[in-house]
Design a protein around this ligand. Sequence first.
Ligand SMILES: C[S@@+](CC[C@H](N)C(=O)[O-])C[C@H]1O[C@@H](n2cnc3c(N)ncnc32)[C@H](O)[C@@H]1O
Length: 226
Amino acid sequence: MSLQKILNIFRRPAIELTPLDAYALWADNYPPEAHNSLMKIEERAMIDLLPELKNKIVLDLACGSGRYILKAKEQGASEVYGLDFSLPMLSRARDVSNQLALGNMTALPFESDSIDVVICGLSIGHVRDLMPIYREISRVLSPNGVMVCSDIHPFGKLAGWKRQFTASNGLEYSVEHHFHLYKDHHIACTSNQMVIEDVREPVIDGKHQWEGVPAILAIRARKTLN
Ligand SMILES: C[S@@+](CC[C@H](N)C(=O)[O-])C[C@H]1O[C@@H](n2cnc3c(N)ncnc32)[C@H](O)[C@@H]1O
């Protein structure tokens, strides 16, 4: 799907669903790969920010159908776990992994200090408050562990973007989303023993109403040693 179409879709009114209800309907059309232009922009930024994954223990947080599980495996991670709270999305991820957990980003079923790298793609905006998520990410990360996370850029609030999709029933829906400013990430990181190391704000290119506007905010943060 072209970026033009995605952003036009963003602008049409649709029934807004909670993330759980939305992904139950979206799962059928959600393959474990970047399947639209926005995801392609996001994925380039995330790959750019990822640390070395070889022999690392990786958690794909809110993994959906397992896009970053696949990337972590390709890059030689020794163990890759996926977690999501949507059973239909996790069912899709079964095609790429058998190390999956049904759970909420705000209460992770993993031991403290047990994960080297947490990857969280395009999911954090579904939660209103970043603090409990960052608290859990920091808890499960080993000291010096790294988190790489992406979200729709907060510019989207000004532009009125919505996260819309067409379900297999042919109807269009939008999914609840909360825009988070860079400073929200900064505060949530520093309050939870993490330091932001690097940031990407890839812009929309090509002839488009939003040409040159940042579409994605992607962050790499590291858990400090004490
Ligand atoms: C846009 S999809 C992204 C999936 C995958 N990370 C990717 O980038 O392809 C968002 C995912 O976040 C999950 N999600 C949303 N809120 C969640 C929460 N509080 N806990 C766990 N998963 C959540 C949804 O079920 C969905 O699979």
